[in-house]
Design a protein around this ligand. Sequence first.
Ligand SMILES: Cc1cc2nc3c(=O)[nH]c(=O)nc-3n(C[C@H](O)[C@H](O)[C@H](O)COP(=O)(O)O)c2cc1C
Length: 241
Amino acid sequence: MTINERAPEDGDTSFANVSDRLSMPLDEAMMTQRAVRKVLPDPVDDAIVLRCIELALRAPTGSNGQNWEFVVVTDRATKAAFARQYRRVWALYGGIGRRMARGDASMNKVLDAVQWQVDHFEEIPVLVIPCLNGMKIPNTIPLPDIAPSSFFGSIYPSVQNLLLAARAMGLGASLITLPLWSTIRARRVLGLPRSVTPVCIVPMGWPRGRYGPTTRRPVGDVVHRERFGDRAWRDDATPSD
Ligand SMILES: Cc1cc2nc3c(=O)[nH]c(=O)nc-3n(C[C@H](O)[C@H](O)[C@H](O)COP(=O)(O)O)c2cc1C
């Protein structure tokens, strides 16, 4: 499995040169896709970003509403506006994270990578901002829990497709939300109408670091058979007849 892939060795980062990589085996892409926050400032071909979004659009949406909008940002001033938001929120969250991660080397490594992204946000070549078009129902109206689930669930499958396409083509990408702390400000910066909700940001660029493998909980720890609590596939499960 190729896990140390970087920007193309020959330096040719054109769509024509990297699009073949989309034939990467699905399990390899899934196993090695991870939050790659440290990226080079070199530009990313528009065709690569558009292909990632085109593949994102193969994802499901509630009632097949396809009520998604994607804003592609390369303008430094726009990126700087989000960088200010990110820095403000990270000053609080990062501090809490550092206190909680005391002595935990791998957690501190993640926090260092986030800090790098926060500090270099304007230099990241592309931000893709997935949005949902359609009014979010206000919290004041009593609705079943699936209402927000259906709303946000209509964008996140597409975001995962986007991340996998980026990974396959060798682009570093991550899914982040903290720079969107103030939706009002994000709407103003991007010129979004009130009916369009920005959901997250996917900063993209050619990676400085490495891809996967990722660390995840074992499948047997999170799967329950028939009813919650029967972790039948956990390593230490007692076989039932
Ligand atoms: C809803 C959501 C919001 C996130 N927001 C941020 C964020 O604001 N900043 C950040 O650095 N990472 C953010 N992440 C990324 C997670 O920290 C990351 O996916 C997780 O640590 C796993 O990383 P890995 O795939 O590299 O193992 C977010 C992820 C999700 C799913």
